[in-house]
Design a protein around this ligand. Structure first.
Ligand SMILES: Nc1ncnc2c1ncn2[C@@H]1O[C@H](COP(=O)(O)OP(=O)(O)OP(=O)(O)O)[C@@H](O)[C@H]1O
Ligand SMILES: O=P(O)(O)OC[C@H]1O[C@](O)(CO)[C@@H](O)[C@@H]1O
Ligand SMILES: [Mg+2]
Length: 484
């Protein structure tokens, strides 16, 4: 077997003859030579020493594509996350910090808690600082000392005890602050923008030759981060959305031609709307950014609504905030502090259009109730399953940083936690693929129109590439592979 490797500024590739590609993450030893190593303190920890093979083999990797044909190449792999036999930091040498950036998401406090407790209980680390209010907190705010006692019950609360913000990323001021404070493990929790910010912080740290590990923990309620199976808080958000959909359904059911409209988060990716719809079974139509729709004429939304109202006397529509933006009147391009485009309120727009069409043009009596639970689904504490998931993410990040890996983000790939180079989670957003099975399942469950003509479907398939058994999966995790 021949092996070749190449290295770029942000990651290493190792390729073998049988098509095995390891997209590796950087390590402190890539740019600092002769670093001493130490036995992992976990080997003496009574909780872990009983576990056979607790330490991860250094060569273990996780494959990105799990469904393969017998002749397919072995494909892309990522380094498996977990504790290593040797670590690159002594416990009393570690000075860690944690920062949360971007929008809120259920589970932020759980991740913070488990990083602090993981460092403390697994690696005997005593110095952990919370950075107040996102990236700008590195250079403009006070820090918050974090101990297991301080974080003990924060996982039961929504939000982030550290505060968060958009904008304010000044790389050199941030790295100056890291250097001045003697911080050597940096845990950065946030979405695509945050991970881009973490990547440039890592590059600057490397340029300065500092022995500082930078670990990202991906956060996004929209589930728009690629490669990983799903993002933390998504499960909780979908569950919370059920309450709004249920309210919309109860209201709609109780009145003549009742229409419940529920707007859910999802700027560019409609995963929350799609999963909330599939889970509820009370939804008649789900509109997402990835699937363009139209109102008037044959095959349009109004025609479908009239049919559904005649059949059932009521209906529920779930709409993601980024859906149908092309239909709304163009407004001045506005951005938030991080440069994200501010969207127009599609929920109000759709409600007005429906009222106008049915009441004024069709002279029908309708009772429309518009529910906008936007912030309610992300301000809640994480549910049980997200709590366990957040714990694993935090522990994976702690193990990786202690083992000297840096410039990486963590997450499950086909159920196994892996260390993933930053660029892989920031280059292309994860989106619902409307020519894939999951969207087909949704269409089959609601019986809504696809809003696509046969010509559109052929065009769509040309753009996405033909669906194959290899790429087209049984769940969203596999479905996501199609979009890469
Ligand atoms: N390309 C970039 N380079 C450096 N920093 C960035 C970049 N993009 C965003 N950031 C910084 O990352 C932080 C968070 O970004 P943003 O507000 O886009 O949220 P996010 O992390 O994408 O989370 P979400 O969109 O899920 O709420 C901000 O402080 C922003 O300044
Ligand atoms: O109002 P904020 O805090 O900027 O957040 C809104 C945005 O955050 C997101 O939830 C992403 O985190 C988007 O779906 C939404 O548009
Ligand atoms: Mg983002």
């Amino acid at each position: 077997m021949t092996t070749s490797s190449s290295s770029s500024s942000s990651s290493d590739f190792i390729c073998c003859e049988n098509g095995y590609v390891l997209e590796d993450v950087p390590h402190l030893t890539d740019y600092i030579s002769d670093l001493p190593t130490y036995p992992n303190p976990l080997q003496d920890n009574p909780a872990y020493s009983v576990v056979k093979q607790y330490f991860v083999n250094v060569d273990d990797t996780v494959c990105q594509k799990i469904v393969v044909h017998k002749d397919s190449p072995r494909g892309v792999h990522f380094r498996r996350a977990g504790p290593r036999q040797r670590v690159y930091f002594e416990s009393d040498e570690v000075h860690a910090c944690i920062v949360t950036c971007g929008g809120l998401c259920p589970g932020l406090n759980t991740v913070i808690r488990e990083i602090v407790c993981g460092l403390y209980h697994m690696y005997d680390v005593r110095k952990v600082l919370g950075i107040d209010g996102g990236y700008r907190g590195f250079y403009s705010r006070n820090t918050i000392p974090l101990t297991p006692k301080v974080v003990n019950d924060i996982h039961k609360r929504g939000g982030t005890i550290l505060g968060t913000s958009r904008g304010g990323h000044d790389t050199s001021k941030i790295v100056d602050s890291i250097q001045d404070r003697g911080i050597n493990l940096v845990f950065i929790i946030g979405g695509d923008g945050t991970q881009k910010g973490a990547s440039v912080i890592f590059e600057e740290i490397k340029r300065r030759g500092l022995k500082v590990s930078v670990a990202g923990i991906p956060k996004t309620i929209d589930n728009d981060i690629p490669v990983i199976d799903r993002s933390f808080g998504f499960d909780t958000a979908v569950e919370e959305a059920q309450r709004a959909i249920n309210a919309g359904h109860v209201e709609a059911e109780s009145q003549e031609n009742g229409i419940g409209i529920v707007k859910l988060m999802g700027r560019y990716s409609g995963f929350i709307a799609m999963y909330a719809t599939l889970a509820s079974r009370d939804v008649d139509c789900c509109l997402i950014p990835e699937s363009p729709f139209y109102l008037e004429g044959a095959g349009g939304l109004f025609e479908f609504m009239e049919k559904r109202l005649k059949e059932n006397g009521h209906m529920v529509i779930v709409i993601a905030e980024g859906a149908g933006q092309d239909l709304l009147a163009k407004s001045m391009d506005q951005q938030d502090a991080s440069g994200n485009k501010l969207l127009q309120d599609v929920g109000h727009w759709l409600s007005d259009k429906i009222k106008d069409h049915f009441t004024r043009q069709r002279k029908m009596v309708i009772n429309l109730k518009y529910i906008d639970p936007t912030y309610m689904i992300r301000a809640v504490p994480s549910n049980a399953s997200d709590n366990v998931y957040c714990t694993l993410l935090a522990h994976s990040a702690v193990h990786g940083a202690m083992a000297g890996y840096t410039g990486f983000t963590v997450g499950p790939v086909n159920g196994r936690h892996a260390y993933i180079p930053f660029y892989r989670v920031t280059e292309v957003p994860n989106k619902v693929v409307i020519t894939d099975r999951m969207w087909a399942r949704l269409l089959a469950s609601t019986n809504q129109p696809s809003f696509l003509s046969p010509k559109d479907i052929i065009e769509e398939k040309k753009v996405e590439g033909p669906p194959t058994q290899l790429l087209d999966g049984e769940n969203c995790m596999d479905d996501k592979l199609v979009s890469k």
